[in-house]
Design a protein around this ligand. Sequence first.
Ligand code: PA5
Length: 442
Amino acid sequence: MSIKLNTRFAEGFVKDHELEYIKPLARSAFEMIKSGVGQGNDFLGWLYLPHQYDREEFARIKLTAEKIKKSCDILVVIGIGGSYLGARAAIEFIKSPLYNDLNTDTPDIYFAGNTISAAALTELLTICDGKDICVNVISKSGTTTEPAIAFRVFRELLVKKYGVDGARERIFVTTDKACGTLKQFSDESGYETFIVPDNVGGRFSVLTAVGLLPIAAAGIDIDAMMQGASDAVKEMTRTNDLDKNDALKYAALRNILYRKGKTMEILVGYEPFQTMFNEWWKQLYGESEGKDQKGIYPSSVIFSTDLHSLGQYIQDGPRNLFETVLDIKDTGVEFEIPNDPANVDGLNFLSGKDLNEVNKAAMLGTLFAHVDGGVPNLIVEISDRTAYSFGELVYFFELACAVSGYLLGVNPFDQPGVEAYKKNMFALLGKAGYEKEPNAKL
Ligand code: PA5
């Protein structure tokens, strides 16, 4: 295992008896998940997924990824929420032109259908102009408005460019195995389809075809990613002993902190390539926990960038927050700071040092400062940013999220609140059946 929870910077904030009190509760939340007796138990497909995934489909994902690599300059991935965040997080976290020898013959990957912005859609269409394009549209329900609009636009573009038969070779659909408009339309049109398993919710679906097809098309080793996740399943479902299970311990500690009024958690990274991972994490925790007027508000920052914006608030503002730092031990890139014989900027105390060393000093300095300022810090240590480690990391946060939800007393697998805006929007736009929404005519 390359993942480890370091609690050194939270110790002063959590008393021994608090940890003792939470232990049986965390054990019981964990056992509820394993035995499938809790609320939302029809959405536990992610729990053993890294052991039990559909090997035939997995092979087809790899073949399709090769086909995409050969036939296009740009892959447009259309989806919103859990239908795009995981793939985008993985690609940005793992892949970098400077880091390791990932295939360079991969298409540029752009994401669409995650906003209703005319500007964003127009910009992407301009980027696609004159390029060979493939599309992977992803929607579990097959009815979500944002990706449906983008798919309509890109489908039309592909049909114009390649004809109906040519477009069919370039459109790949990831959706429910049987239900929804998208499934029906794909079958009628003869598009190749991949399945979002019934028992896996959108925000837990990065290790299904939802995430794996775009990730593989980006040239990332999805075998290694599944291996990392599979090793994490073994390690993290082995024992319900909090002291030997870091996922369980993370869930328990954040619950203790929440009970003490720490109602906001900030996921902290020191690498810009972590930005979309933070977004994936925020959706996972926000949509799983924020219900019944309860839940930790998930927020995120990239330091040291945000030390020059939100740093002041974290150091000195209301004390209702805690941080969870993702400490990536090896970023795979070194950079030596040059020497200047004239030392005009006074920086020669850094000459010859690796920039990573300076970044780590910023991290340690910030940890001490924030703890001094009354902000507990948990640290999730991960050895590197490989596909294997990413798989582990995903599973760690998914399992901890499910345990956290049960500890909080909510169903971590539904998202009833997401519907409210849609009803009003449809009423405002005159969609049949939505005319009577109460607030729509304000
Ligand atoms: O996690 C979730 O369930 C949601 O964020 C969904 O992924 C999101 O709403 C998109 O839904 P769909 O895949 O049905 O288009």
